[in-house]
Each structure stands twice: as structure tokens, then as C-alpha cells.
Design a protein around this ligand. Structure first.
Ligand code: M6R
Length: 362
């Protein structure tokens, strides 16, 4: 049932191009330069969006914040669900609360959603599991169609969540008049290409296995990224921690100089997300700061970027895309890095210690 793969996680990583096709399937409308989501929620009624989620789904929420704010110009707050439910959030009828969850059963996410609902928010679930608890309590559900995910470390569900958040952002932006037709067309054109681009990143497996080999004895890893790639850094660190048990920390790259820079020495591998974006140069200077202190840099960069080679020991190239979609191509090498590292260390990839697939207790 693992389809010839040694682990479910690897199978699910390889399923991502097909999964993304399913997520987007039939929902992108060429004719209207928009997205058809078949939701009852009125995207023009809200003044603010709150997104709640846990773990990997929380990083999808974080990516979603940049997408929705960028394309629909609505303020978005994101919260780890276990924090949201106890922080007495400011919510009213003009708030749309979105819960993101693969299982639809995560108790903290469900309770955070209930809290928003009690306070009058409209509610939307971005969910994988059909008919799960969260889908029964929300006004509306946007299914991500990732299919069953068995590996405890979430991979394909994350990819599908990112696809869903990109569609939601376009849907809101078009309805609210903040996303002009031409811009929507360009963005959707890039989104439509994404399954193919994700497929291309899978071809990097050997290269990544090589990097994993080089660094699998490290005691710690640091992951850095800015803007919409900050959550990618966090997701990369989470994957590595979960299945290899190597301590990994993520930081928004610009925060490095406020503390974590003290950790850098020749034993510390630093993964830097440095794909093309309006702030590319800023991240490049972070790489130089790491290098100047002897750190080992593994850069995830856009195909064709030769400049980054001058500063990074290793470069993993990913295909060029719209910078708001860069997390989709960039997370794949980080999933593979975590996977290859865990395998080298002899870890139980599909059933990491102390973890459950869905966390239904507080
Ligand atoms: O089912 P959910 O998406 O609500 O699960 C949320 C987290 O428990 C989950 O993403 C967890 O962090 C994974 N083990 C990450 O790989």
C-alpha cells in the first residue's frame, strides 16, 4: 500500500504534484480570471480575517496571511489555536474565522474556532478529512482534496493547504475589487503551472540526499527566510525536528542579528530560503553574515541565480514562479532533506516518537 516506496512519507512527498492538481482541479476560471469555490461565505462582508491552526497547518495559515493581505488587502491575524482559544480575541460579525486542519479533528483548532463563533464571527474550514468534526461546525468548508495522509509528518496536506490559500486569496481579491483582472490572470497562470513545477523539484532528491549525508551528524540546524518564505523556514525546521530528532530552529532572516547570530559557527548548517522576491537582496546579505561567521549555508534559490553560489556552500535550485507562490516549490527540498536525514539516522520516519497523527486531546 506504500506503492513501492519504503515509507508513506516518501510516497506522500511524491504524490504532491497530483495532489495539487486535485486541490486546484476545476476551480480556476480562465474566463473570469478568478476562482470558483462554491462557498456560501460572502467575501465582501468581512473587515478582517483570523486564521487558527496548529503545527504545519499553522505555517499554511502564515503563508495564507501574506497571500490574502497581498491580493485581497484585508487585515489577517494568525494564531496558533491553543493560544487563540485563551487570549480573548477581539472578534465581531465582520470577522471571518478560518480554521485550517488536515484531520479536522485537532481539538485546539476546533475550540479556537468555537471561540470565534461564540463571538459572532463567520466561519470557514480549510480541511482535508471529509465530514470531520470541524466541517460539522463551520458555516462552510473548502476541502483541500489531498487524499488520506498516513505519515505523521504532514507533507502533501501542507501542499494542498497552500494551494487552497492561494485560491482563497484570489477569490477574495477578485470579489473585493483589490485584484485587477490582468494581475489575477498572471497569478493564476503561475498557479496552474505549479503541479509541474513541484514535479521538477522532486528531481532534486539525489542532490538533497547528498547534502543530508554531509550534515546528518549536526546537533542543530538553523532555518532562515523572509516574508512569505519565513513560514517555509519554520516548516522545514519542524519537519527536521519531528522525524530526525535533530534540534532545528527557524527565524525570520532579519531577526538573526538580534540574537541567534550568536549560535553560528562552523558546525551549524544554516538553510536559507533565498528565492527571487522584492527582498531577495536582504536575504542575500543575511547569507553573507552567516558565512562571515563560519556557518555552513545551504541555500534554496531560484533556478538561474548564480550570485548566491558565491556565498553558499550548497545551493538547491527550485523553479522560478510568482514570489507569493514560492513556498510551494521551496518546501519540497526541505521535506526531502528531513526525510533523507531521518533515514540516515535510522529513525522511524512514519511513526516518530511521542507524536500522533491527529491531536484530539488538549
Ligand atoms: O490535522 P491538523 O492539520 O489539524 O494537525 C495539525 C498538527 O498537529 C500537524 O500539522 C502536526 O504538526 C504534524 N505532525 C506536522 O507534520
Amino acid at each position: 500500500e506504500k506503492g513501492g516506496y519504503p515509507h508513506y512519507m516518501l510516497k506522500e512527498i511524491y504524490e504532491q504534484p497530483r495532489v495539487l492538481e486535485n486541490t486546484l482541479g476545476g476551480r480556476l476560471s480562465e474566463a473570469r480570471a478568478g476562482v470558483e469555490l462554491d462557498l456560501r461565505v460572502d467575501p465582501t462582508r468581512f473587515e478582517r480575517v483570523h486564521i487558527v491552526a496548529c503545527g504545519t497547518a499553522y505555517y499554511a495559515a502564515w503563508v495564507g496571511k501574506y497571500l490574502i493581505e497581498g491580493l485581497a488587502r484585508v487585515p489577517v491575524e494568525i494564531d496558533v489555536a491553543s493560544e487563540y482559544r485563551y487570549r480573548d480575541p477581539v472578534v465581531d460579525e465582520r470577522t471571518l474565522a478560518i480554521a485550517i486542519s488536515q484531520s479536522g479533528e485537532t481539538i485546539d483548532t476546533l475550540e479556537a474556532l468555537r471561540e470565534a463563533k461564540r463571538k459572532g464571527a463567520g466561519t470557514l474550514g480549510v480541511i482535508n478529512a471529509k465530514g470531520s468534526s470541524i466541517t460539522r461546525e463551520v458555516d462552510d468548508t473548502l476541502y483541500i482534496h489531498a487524499g488520506p495522509e498516513i505519515g505523521v509528518a504532514s507533507t502533501k496536506a501542507y501542499m494542498a493547504m497552500l494551494g487552497a490559500m492561494a485560491m482563497l486569496a484570489v477569490w477574495m481579491g477578485r470579489a473585493r475589487g483589490t485584484l485587477p483582472e490582468a494581475e489575477a490572470r498572471t497569478f493564476l497562470g503561475e498557479l496552474r503551472k505549479m503541479p509541474r513545477l513541484v514535479e521538477q523539484t522532486l528531481e532534486k532528491r539525489q542532490e538533497i540526499a547528498h547534502i543530508a549525508e554531509k550534515y546528518h551528524q549536526a546537533a542543530d540546524y538553523l532555518f532562515l527566510g523572509r516574508h512569505i518564505q519565513a513560514p517555509t523556514a519554520y516548516e522545514g525546521a519542524l519537519k527536521l525536528k519531528e522525524i530526525s530528532y535533530i534540534h532545528a530552529e527557524a527565524y525570520p532572516a532579519g531577526e538573526m542579528k538580534h540574537g541567534p547570530i550568536a549560535l553560528i559557527d562552523e558546525r551549524l548548517p544554516v538553510v536559507v530560503l533565498t528565492t527571487e522576491s522584492p527582498i531577495y537582496e536582504k536575504t542575500l546579505s543575511n547569507i553573507q553574515e552567516v558565512r562571515a561567521r563560519g556557518g555552513r549555508v545551504i541555500a534554496v534559490a531560484t533556478e538561474g541565480d548564480l550570485e548566491v553560489r558565491r556565498f553558499a556552500q550548497d545551493v538547491i535550485y527550485v523553479p522560478r514562479t510568482h514570489y507569493l507562490l514560492s513556498p510551494m516549490v521551496s518546501v519540497v527540498p526541505l521535506q526531502l532533506l528531513a526525510y533523507e536525514t531521518a533515514v540516515l539516522l535510522g529513525r522511524d520516519v512514519d511513526q516518530p516518537r511521542n507524536l500522533a497523527k491527529s491531536v484530539t486531546v488538549e
